[in-house]
Design a protein around this ligand. Sequence first.
Ligand SMILES: NC(=O)C1=CN([C@@H]2O[C@H](COP(=O)(O)OP(=O)(O)OC[C@H]3O[C@@H](n4cnc5c(N)ncnc54)[C@H](OP(=O)(O)O)[C@@H]3O)[C@@H](O)[C@H]2O)C=CC1
Ligand SMILES: CC(=O)[C@H](N)C(=O)O
Length: 255
Amino acid sequence: MLGMKTVFITGASSGIGFACAEIFAREKYNLLLASRRVDRLHAMATDLQNKYGVQIHAIGLDVRDKNLVQKVWNELPENWKVIDVLINNAGLSQGLEPIQEGNTDDWDRMIDTNLKGLLYVTRAVAPAMQERKTGHIINIGSIAGKEVYPNGNVYCSTKHAVDALTKAMRIDLLPYNIKVTSVDPGAVETEFSVVRFKGDRERAKKVYEGFTPLSAEDVAEAIWFAASRPPHVNVNDLLLMPTAQATSTLFHKEP
Ligand SMILES: NC(=O)C1=CN([C@@H]2O[C@H](COP(=O)(O)OP(=O)(O)OC[C@H]3O[C@@H](n4cnc5c(N)ncnc54)[C@H](OP(=O)(O)O)[C@@H]3O)[C@@H](O)[C@H]2O)C=CC1
Ligand SMILES: CC(=O)[C@H](N)C(=O)O
């Protein structure tokens, strides 16, 4: 661990988080990886350790579980609590219905993951950054945190909350030299839509037909850009879109 920086990535088992793990390992960061599918994390850890020679610690974690988040953090070996960059990436959408037809369990899952999960992980990690008077928290927001689109109601509101939280966290943490950034992608072809449509791969595929979406790597490179700025530079908010997607509403072609 000596001399090398450490990045803590939530939601590292797939998509943007998975791509971040590869890029930060390439840049010789040690990786603290968390998600529920810890088998995937172990598999990627072996691959990345062989490829880049960095140290990797994988933890099974459901960010919705407040007590588990704190327990897992408390039980980490001390050297894995020295986090230079926290990437609050874990998140999802569930369903795409108008508000009056929405599934309230879906709503709970999005709020518990995208908002409360981000809060619980930040609350566990930020005090150690405060103590060391250094750190960088990168929240993965969305164009859905800047605009809303038909049937996007609760998902969009969770990402609007992430937008507000990022601004508030920056104020609170500035006295301790902790940077706070929001990276806000447009449409990215990951498992996101398969999760949204609960395994309906045909429906998920249709989301990306007719245009070139962002790749997880496109977003991870943007996250690396923000993380690799010199000490006097903070990227407050980085919005990146597929060229073909003028606004979030173009993202959903469904009626
Ligand atoms: N794809 C897109 O178009 C866009 C995505 N985003 C945001 O990017 C982030 C990453 O999404 P993306 O990579 O696309 O989607 P993926 O579905 O590919 O990845 C989501 C990741 O989040 C993890 N995750 C989900 N729920 C939990 C949980 N309760 N506890 C811990 N980890 C969890 C999943 O791991 P596991 O299931 O193993 O727990 C997985 O690693 C999300 O916050 C999303 O809102 C923003 C804009 C656009
Ligand atoms: C742009 C996103 O955050 C997401 N892909 C969505 O469907 O809104």
